[in-house]
Design a protein around this ligand. Structure first.
Ligand SMILES: C=C(O[C@@H]1C=C(C(=O)O)C=C[C@H]1O)C(=O)O
Length: 256
């Protein structure tokens, strides 16, 4: 095929002068996007390199904790959401979760084991949104296997709050090194919790998760409490207020 016949088939793609005003406007906008993409790419790669350096500056994995820092991630997300145009809030949240997820992956990809016997895709989707594409997500059939995975420091577990298996009781005894650091659910009352070997100092600020033996009398402070589950005298509760993780109140984490 000769070049003249190509010009004949696509007459408007040859010379800029042959383009319509609409095509020129479109090309100019795409050029703007290309330039922005170049800037975003340069900044993203710079951010990844800095996340790498942050990882090297941390104690983990020599220490007992995973490199994930929920309090820092909470602060990064809050800063971005405060500045974002409300019309873009959903897009900014999803994108920054990805950005932070890849920042963490620079320090070692995180494994996530999900146990959710009812509506497993819902918990899986929530975990994917929270930890991003960089995370290695897998379903578990047994909550104990997910907890063991987290307790061995390989990654974190996302577990449904399901009366069929009150795994959360174990956070007071055999899994006491693990902390709850995230809640997932359609409302502010979570239906699944994320647990991991999180440095207690790095737990998010906000509502505390409490596992109590022998009912939920409260601590007398009048702090608001939301009961999440009860099983044979054990309760799983959310409490507003700064209880100390590992303290006698039975505080096993925080979900912000
Ligand atoms: C970069 C860090 O490590 C991880 C990655 C983060 C990020 O990319 O912003 C934030 C918290 C950590 O989970 C950090 O701790 O600051």
């Amino acid at each position: 095929m000769t070049s003249s016949s190509i010009q004949h088939l696509w007459p408007n793609t040859t010379e800029p002068g042959d383009q319509t005003a609409e095509q020129r406007a479109l090309a100019a906008l795409r050029q703007e996007i290309d330039q922005l993409d170049d800037e975003i790419l340069a900044l993203f790669q710079l951010r990844l390199a800095i996340a790498d350096r942050v990882g090297k500056a941390k104690d983990a994995p020599q220490g007992p904790h995973v490199k994930l820092r929920p309090d820092r991630e909470q602060a990064v997300m809050a800063r971005m959401m405060k500045q974002a145009d409300p019309a873009n809030a959903e897009a900014v949240e999803a994108l920054w979760r990805e950005i932070v997820g890849w920042g963490l992956a620079r320090q070692g990809r995180i494994g996530v084991r999900v146990w959710a016997p009812v509506e497993p895709t819902r918990a899986f989707d929530a975990a994917r949104l929270r930890f991003g594409a960089a995370a290695d997500l897998r379903a578990e059939r047994d909550p104990r296997a997910a907890l063991a995975f987290a307790a061995e420091g390989h990654g974190v577990a996302v577990l449904a709050i399901n009366a069929g298996d009150p795994w959360w009781r174990g956070l007071r005894d055999e899994w006491s090194t693990l902390s709850v650091f995230e809640g997932f659910g359609p409302s502010s009352t979570p239906t699944a919790l994320a647990v991991g070997l999180i440095d207690p100092a790095a737990l998010p600020k906000g509502r505390r998760v409490v596992v109590n033996v022998g009912g939920d009398a409260g601590d007398g402070s009048g702090a608001r409490r939301w009961g999440l589950d009860t099983h044979h005298g054990w309760t799983l509760t959310l409490v507003e207020g700064a209880l100390t993780p590992g303290g006698p109140e039975g505080c096993v984490g925080a979900i912000g």
